[in-house]
Design a protein around this ligand. Structure first.
Ligand code: ATP
Ligand code: MG
Length: 747
């Protein structure tokens, strides 16, 4: 480092500088979380512009999210100033693919103003094709076909490239023909779906040498962040574009590959050196984000995976607090505890709410936190997804409940009259509207009345008749349900007296609103609609629906619950106000927060039940990489929570802590339980498998084997050279020849 360094180089370490300054030839930066990969990539971009090695339009720069692209643009602007007017090729694969495709659309039979279809449009189209091919849509749902087609597109396969095995998956071999018809339809509509943005461009680059040559010339430099999560089509596309100049710099971390379910192939990072012979591989080892305890915890968990490249990580950051592992009684207590901790830190330490994040494995987990934070007035934001009550399936379900509760709710009627599809066309619905307006009556009433006329086609009449009949029946059920039902008591958290059996007993003999809700969702065909759906999101939507029914339990009546929901919906957060962030681990990739809460570390939730049931070792290892990503988002403090009880699909089940909790090294965690009893039971349960806590000291009065005696407080300061054996991976607490505190960890 010299004082003459341009601003973007200041503070970078030697290997980071190397990544920035090695401009010619292929470069792979392979390094663990928080080592400054993204920072180096950003500096490299600034350097290319500062030194005028390339015009902004000659750099192709791929980020994983639009937000990451915005941030990178802002930082570069900060370093090199406004002279940088825009970087047209800085963005996500999709954004860049769309921009390119508009220029060459005619080469794949589109016009440059083509429409990009959303998932709903895509499904409608597929459904039409399935029906036109005389297939039973129930047996062969459009969503399944959509999922297959997305998968093929992710692999870079056009219809003519499918082998027999691939197409076999749908309608006894008709998959290929349907894929072809779908592509033809899209072309006729001058439209494409998201997968096409890259697939069409790949086809063009493969078949039009002139276009390929033009882009190979144009892009003097190519840079890719989060390279471990590129899928095949993205990989093939990059490889073509980089083949001529070979100035490609990819950064990534094989341990953070968490999108294989979307076709990402971690192998891409592993074969980089083969694809680009003579590539310079740079390893970054200093972590600038997290404390040694956090790093050691994350490193020990990921060490349980096989086939890793392995990395060295150390930090100069002070030891700080150990990773906290907190056992709570149930979900509501988990949310309450996190809320309290955040409030306390905000008051005592004067921290901004922006410094806190809650990371969950599954979308439906956000609901409990949202309800709690609304109750205590703690502002929050949901990133990378909708707030729970704003999700499509929740709004649909609520519309059913609103209509049954309040038959004049026209908005609710409109939303669900044809969801799931009942064969009511726009015409029929327009007639209902007309009658309602003419008579000044609600839509539901108009719908009932129109049945007595001959306005509708027989099919529409049958469909509407059964819908109106259903709503009437549900409304009667609601009337017969007790206004003051003996709903379950609110969870009392620490008390712990409640048990699964007594929980249900107050309801016998009457129909509680939760059961009514379940009946409505089932009888309306709404649940079945999502059950028939075989895409990855469907399971999450079904979980959300169960979570909705669960949320209702905390209210005595349907009316009280709906009132709560409208208040929640109204709770529009002030945009500039600091807020706690709630999001999935997937959405948190690349981000960092001072304080991170990792909720629901229980077997069956994290790792997910699906990964345990279906995926074998590969799925489990992907879950473990998620755990690694999750822990490494924290700068200063990570808190892992697990509940002893969860309500899943209407059943209280006792859960055991995630195996990942058992993989945390004891010297880097601080355990705590808020339970006075019961803990020993599930703790014993888990111990049967691996007994990860055999080392745990016998606590006093808190259930056997739970509370750990305070460990020596200064593992780092007193024994900097000690080598600790840790599940086969040596954690060396060396000081790297520095006076300051550091942690070296070979994992
Ligand atoms: P991830 O794998 O999670 O994407 P990353 O390797 O991309 O992490 P960055 O996000 O680039 O890491 O950097 C992590 C943190 O370290 C950021 O706060 C960044 O500003 C800081 N940082 C990076 N390099 C340095 C450096 N040389 N000196 C000081 N801080 C740095
Ligand atoms: Mg990064």
């Amino acid at each position: 480092p010299s004082p003459d360094d341009p601003p973007y180089l200041r503070g970078l370490n030697a290997p980071q500088r190397e990544a920035v300054l090695t401009l010619d030839g292929p470069v792979l930066v392979l390094a663990g979380a928080g080592t400054g990969k993204t920072a180096a990539l950003t500096a490299r971009l600034a350097h290319l512009l500062w030194t005028r090695r390339a015009y902004p339009s000659e750099i192709l720069s791929v980020t994983f999210t639009n937000k990451a692209a915005r941030e990178m643009r802002e930082r570069v602007r900060h370093h090199v100033g406004d002279a940088v007017e825009g970087m047209p090729w800085l963005g996500t694969f999709h954004a860049i693919g769309a921009k390119m495709l508009r220029r060459h659309a005619e080469l794949v039979g589109l016009q440059s103003n083509f429409t990009i279809l959303d998932t709903d449009d895509q499904l409608r189209l597929l459904k039409q094709l399935i029906v036109a091919n005389d297939l039973d849509e129930k047996r062969w749902p459009a969503r399944q076909l959509g999922g297959l087609i997305d998968g093929w597109k992710n692999k870079g396969l056009t219809p003519d490239m499918l082998d027999a095995g691939e197409a076999e998956h749908f309608a006894n071999g008709k998959g290929q023909a349907l894929y072809q018809q779908y592509q033809d339809r899209l072309r006729a509509l001058n439209a494409c779906d998201f997968g096409d943005l890259l697939l069409h461009m790949l086809t063009i680059l493969r078949t039009h040498r002139d276009v390929l040559a033009q882009y190979q010339q144009r892009f003097r430099y190519i840079m890719v962040d989060e390279y471990q999560d590129t899928n095949s089509v993205q990989y093939l596309w990059l490889r073509l574009l980089a083949q001529e100049r070979k100035n490609i710099c990819c950064v990534g971390d094989d341990d953070q590959s968490i999108y294989s379910w979307r076709g990402a192939q971690v192998e891409n990072i592993l074969k980089f050196e083969k694809d680009f012979p003579g590539a310079k591989v740079i390893r970054l080892e200093q972590n600038y984000r997290s404390t040694p305890h956090i790093l050691a915890a994350a490193g020990a968990v990921i060490a349980n995976n096989s086939g890793r490249l392995g990395k060295e990580l150390w930090t100069e950051i002070d030891a700080g607090e150990k990773v906290r592992v907190i056992g709570v009684w149930d979900g509501p207590e988990e949310a309450r505890r996190v809320g309290e901790d955040i409030e306390r830190a905000r008051i005592r330490e004067g921290k901004s709410l922006d410094e806190f994040a809650i990371l969950v494995r599954a979308q439906h987990q956000t609901r409990e936190f949202e309800d709690r934070f609304i109750a205590i007035g703690l502002p929050y934001r949901i990133v990378g997804g909708f707030r729970f009550y704003e999700r499509a399936e929740i709004r649909d379900a609520l519309a059913y409940l609103r209509l049954v509760h309040q038959p004049a709710d026209d908005l609710a009627f409109e939303r669900i009259v044809n969801v799931p599809k009942r064969g009511l066309g726009d015409k029929a619905i327009a007639k209902i509207h007309m009658l309602a307006r003419a008579e000044g009556i609600p839509l539901l009433a108009a719908a009932a009345r129109i049945l007595d006329t001959d306005e509708l086609t027989p099919q529409a009449r049958r469909a509407l008749g059964s819908f109106v009949g259903d709503v009437a029946r549900w409304s009667n059920l609601l009337k017969s349900s007790p206004e003051r039902g003996e709903g379950p008591s609110q969870s009392d958290g620490g008390g712990g007296a409640r048990q699964a059996t007594t929980f249900e007993s107050g309801r016998i003999g009457s129909l509680p609103h939760t059961e009514l809700a379940q009946i409505i969702l089932d009888e309306s065909g709404y649940t079945a609609m999502w059950q028939a759906d075989r895409t990855a999101e469907a399971a999450g939507r079904l979980e959300n629906l169960s979570e909705l029914v669960r949320a209702m339990e905390e209210y005595e009546t349907l009316g009280a619950f709906l009132e709560h929901v409208s208040l929640v919906m109204d709770n529009e957060n002030n945009a500039d106000e600091p807020k706690v962030t709630i999001m999935t681990i997937h959405a948190a990739k690349g981000l960092e927060f001072d304080t991170v809460f990792l909720a629901g570390w229980e077997e069956g939730l994290f790792p997910s039940q699906r990964s345990l049931d279906e995926g074998g070792l590969a799925s489990l290892e992907e879950e473990r990489r998620l755990a690694y990503v999750a822990i490494t988002r924290a700068r200063r403090l990570a808190t892992i929570l697990h509940a002893a009880n969860r309500r899943i699909y209407g059943q209280w089940t006792s859960s055991i802590p995630s195996r990942f909790v058992g993989e945390l090294p004891k010297e880097h965690i601080e355990e705590e339980s808020t339970m006075s009893g019961g803990a020993s039971l599930w703790r014993a349960n888990w111990s049967e498998h691996t007994d990860p806590f055999a080392h745990v000291g016998r606590g006093t009065g808190r259930g056997p084997g739970w509370q750990r005696a305070a460990a020596p407080s200064s593992t780092f300061t007193t024994a900097p050279k000690r080598v600790v054996e840790n599940r086969g991976s040596a954690v060396s607490l060396g000081n790297k020849g520095r006076d300051d505190l550091s942690l070296g960890m070979r994992v």
